[in-house]
Design a protein around this ligand. Structure first.
Ligand code: ATP
Length: 625
């Protein structure tokens, strides 16, 4: 297995984003905040408010602690009012210290309560936000072109964005927590500054190395995750192929289980090795930097102890200062690490928001023309040329033909001749690179895209087998009429799906597919009849069936088509098929080869021509003799 993708060297540190790029990424935080605010204004405000109150708690707690110690020291130095607690109590000497203890208790209880409520608010907000992002992601993906979904690069982007939709929840609490810590740091630093300004100067020594290390490893981890996206997608793919209902038959019969497992292991091992390397480096440097920080703290602590011994500070001051320094040191570190983590996370946010920045290329004009209903003269391909993105060969070139209104046109040709591509252009899933396509003389690009789709009923050869009820499987053909049972039943009758559904234990309510409990799978031909019903759900002036009958038996195919012909009377239709029994029913046939028209005419004309069509027809007919 030497040709596995991903045999690339790991990312170099020099290729990691520059400081400027990282700062640039921070702008995504604003977008994220706006998104969170959109999700729930009241919860966002509650989270901020609660944190503001909580941020003042540490300094208050330390200061009350200092007052308690000073009071205790004062009391131990004073003359006792008597030998018992009752004497102390009645003298009132204990009142100040008891009040202080109660204040401290209240502060601790309040702080615990605040932390829990904030955690609750954050977790609810996170979940809501994750839903908001998923919905916005799906909504945006729905606006994108087919080309986006057919390109590996966009698939990678989508995959990364999808991971971010669910994965950035911690960031929300972190950002809010950061704001809380900033206020706490400011209050603690002010306190420390009043007593011993020079102690503040010592602080950076203890946290700067740790922060630098963390920033570096965050970036590396991000680069690794980004760079491994194709492999991760492949892993997901192998996992899916190896264990899903659709693939089980073939995997078993070809005995592919072992092959897939090996491939999975190789890929997983490579990703694991990278991650382990970064994790080990991170642990080593983390331990070293943490030791530096501890040393600094003890240096400062020793100095405060000395100043207390010589009488510059009271015992309460000692507790307050060492406590403040310890908290500040921890908080500063947390704050800066938080910043680097947030900066790190904002790189991931770039994945999310850059997906939102992908603009669809196939858009409706500002003032679209109404799609002709019914089509009066026909659809014309004028010297159309088309190349799939990033390919050199033309899928179609110099293609000119007319599809007369009311005509049934069949497209035939060998695999890869360009038949499906014509349908993709006709439905504006792609735009031609050369020439143009007109409907009643109007360029396809002058219609609203949704209007084109509303007037065309199309079923592709790789139609979807929705794991939904039979009713919904047909209803999705015209989503506005999803509840219209009469319309669904009539579409099913036209496509012959009604007989299939009549056999199901729960009729139209039967869950189809094997994905969910009580789901019933259908045969290939039965699925096809259900899919064809979707095309009949639309009052489309143009119906396109791209190899719709490949899985139907000969009798069913003849039936489906004679019905199609009678129903399509007056409607324009395009049929793609490899079966000549189907093709011969068309009014006219285009024979395609390498993206160009080789022959055109009726079945009889093409046979008389004794060309490629006649040859293919003879070949197939001979097979039946
Ligand atoms: N998404 C794509 N990206 C790049 N090339 C493509 C893509 N889809 C199709 N092609 C290429 O374009 C050409 C025409 O393909 P098309 O699917 O139109 O053939 P077809 O006549 O419908 O074939 P079949 O009978 O096998 O369905 C082929 O050479 C194919 O390999």
């Amino acid at each position: 297995m030497t040709d596995l993708p991903g045999r690339r060297p790991p990312p170099l540190a020099s290729k990691t984003p520059s400081f400027r790029e990282r700062v640039d990424n921070l702008r995504h935080l604003g977008r994220l905040l706006a998104q969170i605010w959109r999700t729930s204004k009241s919860l966002t405000a509650a989270s901020f408010g609660l944190r503001l109150v909580a941020s003042l708690q540490p300094i208050a707690l330390l200061y009350v602690g200092k007052l308690i110690i000073d009071e205790v020291v004062r009391l131990t130095g004073s003359t006792p009012p008597g030998p018992d607690f009752a004497d102390w109590w009645s003298s009132g000497a204990l009142t100040p210290v008891i009040v202080l203890l109660l204040v401290e208790l209240a502060l601790v209880l309040a702080s615990d309560l605040l932390t829990r409520i904030t955690g609750l608010v954050d977790s609810i907000l996170s979940e809501l936000h994750s839903n908001t992002v998923s919905v916005e992601l799906m909504a945006h993906a729905a606006t994108l072109d087919l080309v986006h979904f057919e390109s590996a690069e966009y698939q990678d982007k989508l995959e990364r964005a999808r991971r971010q939709a669910a994965g950035r929840n911690a960031l929300l609490s972190q950002m809010f927590g950061q704001a809380q810590d900033i206020i706490t740091v400011a209050t603690l630093a002010a306190g420390l500054f009043v007593y011993a300004p020079w102690l503040i100067l010592l602080l950076p020594l203890s946290f700067v190395p740790a922060v630098w290390g963390e920033a570096r490893f965050n970036t590396l981890a991000y680069m690794m995750s980004r760079w491994r996206t194709p492999e991760r997608r492949e892993l997901e793919y192998i996992r899916h192929v190896g264990a899903s209902a659709e693939t089980a038959k073939e995997i078993k019969l070809f005995g592919l289980g072992g092959f897939l497992i090996e491939r999975f292991k190789t890929l997983a091992q490579r990703i694991f090795a990278d991650n382990r390397r970064i994790a080990m480096q991170r642990s080593f440097w983390g331990a070293l930097f943490s030791a530096i920080s501890t040393l600094t703290y003890y240096g400062a602590y020793g100095f405060i102890v000395w100043r207390t011994i010589v009488g510059d500070f009271s015992i309460g001051d000692l507790a307050f200062l060492s406590g403040s320094f310890l908290r500040l040191n921890g908080l500063f570190q947390k704050l800066l690490l938080g910043f680097t983590q947030i900066a790190g996370q904002s790189m991931y946010l770039d994945d999310l928001f850059s997906f939102f920045e992908i603009e669809p290329g196939i858009v409706s004009p500002a003032t679209p023309k109404p799609f002709p209903d019914p089509i009066a003269s026909g659809i014309v391909f004028e010297d159309v040329g088309f190349r799939y993105p990033d390919t050199r060969t033309w899928a179609l070139r110099h293609l000119s033909f007319t599809l007369q209104a009311g005509e049934t046109l069949a497209l035939v040709g060998e695999n890869g001749a360009g038949k499906t591509t014509i349908v993709k252009l006709l439905t504006r899933l792609y735009d031609p690179d050369e020439g143009r396509i007109t409907v009643d003389g109007i360029d396809l690009r002058d219609f609203a895209v949704s209007d084109i789709h509303a007037h065309i009923g199309v079923i592709f050869q790789d139609f979807i087998r929705y794991s939904l009820s039979a009713r919904d499987n047909i209803g999705v053909g015209r989503i506005e009429a999803q509840q219209d049972m009469e319309r669904i039943a009539s579409a099913a009758e036209r496509s012959l799906a009604d007989a299939v559904i009549a056999k199901l234990p729960q009729g139209y309510d039967q869950q189809l597919g094997r994905l969910f409990n009580k789901g019933r799978d259908l045969s290939g031909g039965e699925w096809q009849k259900v899919a064809i019903a979707r095309a009949y759900m639309r009052d489309a002036g143009l119906i396109i069936l791209d190899e719709p009958t490949a899985a139907l038996d000969a009798k069913a195919e003849a039936e489906v088509f004679s019905r199609f012909k009678s129903l399509a009377a007056g409607k324009t239709a395009v049929i793609i098929s490899h079966r000549f029994s189907t093709v011969r029913m068309a009014d006219r046939i285009l024979v395609l080869e390498n993206g160009a028209i080789l022959e055109a005419g009726t079945h009889a004309e093409l046979l008389a021509l004794r060309g490629h069509y006649a040859e293919l027809f003879e070949l197939q007919a001979a097979g039946y003799r």
